[in-house]
Design a binder for this molecule. Structure first.
Ligand code: HEC
Length: 473
């Protein structure tokens, strides 16, 4: 060793001395060199797992930088984000954080599809599928909590809507909403709670679960590309896998992992480039609890789910918003417990392939529905003209202006102008008594926001006078 250490330039000698004291190569070497099945060109389908990890590391790095300037308090959160965004460096860092989040969701989705289609979750890798499902849930939880930290109108009202829906669930609803809000309404406590979850709790869980996930990848080995007509038999699988490695195994680095490295580097460069070109998602207006956001929109990855909620018959939403994800995760957890042997090749598993295609088509369609949103409010509606109103001043005229400025017209048409998310109100005074109309406006319900706190009695009277005046007497 002593003679050995004298050879080579200063860097090799420094490295050898370091390695001698720490045992680094003894620890990492076997991990890098351990034999894996040759994957050939199919190997490109194996890169999405590491790509998810690369995205996560990018998120941790940029998130840490953002946390140095972000102030998690209701009075400052929005301003501090604006400060970050107006700074050139901050602008790019926020952009990278945003696009890396999108990337992590796409990559984890592709990784799950790959593992599912190739039957890689079957014996002996069932437990690793389960840790993967936990990681998927944690990723979505990160996406959900991250949106609120933007603390703009979309984030704020999106949460109000979600928690109100949750609150309508029987038995657990109230407790759940209370837990999400950290109180009875959105407040500073809610923001602190989301911040703590987004920055400490969920990332810590992700780190721990990723460690377990990677340990299991090494313990059970990377699944070999499936061959049709070669089913998994738990009794013989391990022996055959060992024999395969013996015969054809290649060292993980560089023979298998070079693809991961290239894909990961290209991915991160793409994220940085997108961040520089497009910048982060624009901040909405600052949250103002006195302006009901008629139509909060979640980020793209939750948008399709929004489509589901909007298409559902009234009254079922509150159940679906909570129960559908619960059911999905029960199914994902149950998968390896019920089908852990047999064919792995997608060629022999038409149901599995069909299921994936159907899911993708469903999400794509719902997403389109949510983007086009025929049921969504029309934000570009013009106020009614004085001619249509029939007055250019006075209570009726004021009511017409309020009807537009308070957002009623986004959802309700009057005299053929306005959105059609809610009923046409031209003849509403025929259908409903004045009391019923007042109660409806103050209390909302059934996708109609409650305006109780946002209209003075005078304003309310003006709106009702305006609605009455639509009635030919
Ligand atoms: C986000 C869209 C939206 C906005 C904004 C909105 N509404 Fe509504 N409104 C609805 C929906 C949806 C219904 C139907 C609720 C139901 O089916 O019970 C409704 C119902 C009503 C009704 C009862 C109509 C009937 O025939 O039963 C009245 C009156 C009404 N809204 C007035 C208003 C006024 C006034 C405003 C503005 C201050 C307003 N709405 C803003 C969506 C909206």
């Amino acid at each position: 060793m002593a003679v050995e250490a004298k050879r080579g330039n200063i860097f090799t000698r420094a490295w050898r001395a370091f390695d001698d004291r720490t045992g680094t190569s003894k620890l990492v070497g076997p991990m890098l060199k351990h034999p894996v099945p040759p994957t050939g060109r199919i190997g490109w389908a194996y890169v999405f797992g590491t790509a998810t990890l690369f995205s996560f590391i990018t998120l941790v790095a940029t998130g840490t930088v953002l946390a140095t300037a972000y102030i998690p308090a209701t009075s400052d959160a929005y301003n501090s984000l604006q400060f970050i965004t107006n700074d050139t460096f901050g602008h790019v860092v926020r952009g990278i954080h945003y696009f890396a989040a999108s990337s992590m969701i796409i990559m984890i989705g592709l990784h799950m599809i790959r593992v599912f289609l190739m039957g890689s979750y079957k014996f002996p890798r069932e437990v690793n599928w389960l840790t993967g499902v936990v990681l998927f849930a944690l990723t979505l939880a990160m996406a959900f909590t991250g949106q609120l930290l933007r603390w703009d109108q979309d984030g704020f009202w999106g949460l109000v809507v979600a928690a109100e829906q949750a609150g309508r669930l029987p038995f657990i609803g109230h407790a759940l909403a209370h837990f999400i809000f950290a109180g009875d309404t959105v407040s500073g406590a809610t923001l602190s709670r989301f911040y703590a979850f987004h920055v400490f709790f969920f990332p810590a869980l992700i780190f721990a679960t990723v460690a377990l996930h990677l340990y299991l990848v090494i313990h059970d080995g990377i699944s070999e590309p499936p061959t049709a007509g070669d089913p998994v038999n738990p009794k013989t699988y391990r022996a055959r896998y060992e024999a395969l490695l013996e015969r054809k195994g290649v060292p993980f680095w560089p023979d298998a992992a070079w693809r991961d490295a290239i894909f990961g580097v290209v991915l991160i460069l793409t994220i940085v480039l997108l961040a520089i070109i497009f910048g982060p998602k624009e901040l909405g207006k600052p949250p103002d609890p006195s302006i009901v956001q008629a139509y909060p929109r979640p980020d793209w990855y939750f948008l399709w789910y929004f489509g589901v909620l909007a298409l559902l018959p009234k009254g079922t939403e509150s159940y679906v918003i909570i129960l559908a994800p619960v059911l999905l995760f029960v199914m994902l957890f149950a998968l390896p417990l019920f089908s852990n042997k047999g064919e792995r090749s997608p060629k022999r598993r038409p149901w599995a392939v069909g299921f994936v295609i159907l899911t993708l088509i469903m999400i794509g369609t719902l997403w389109q529905v949510a983007v086009r949103a025929p049921w969504s409010p029309h934000f570009e509606v013009q106020p009614l003209s004085a001619q249509v109103i029939g007055a250019s001043s006075g209570q009726v005229y004021d009511g017409a202006q309020l009807f537009n400025s308070k957002g009623c017209q986004y959802c309700h048409a009057v005299n053929g102008q306005g959105g059609d998310r809610g009923p046409n109100l031209t003849n509403v005074t025929n259908r409903l008594t004045q009391d019923a109309i007042t109660i409806r406006i103050l209390n909302g319900g059934g996708n109609m926001p409650a305006y109780g706190g946002n209209l003075t009695p005078d304003e309310l009277n003006a709106i009702i006078a305006f609605l009455k005046s639509r009635q030919p007497s």
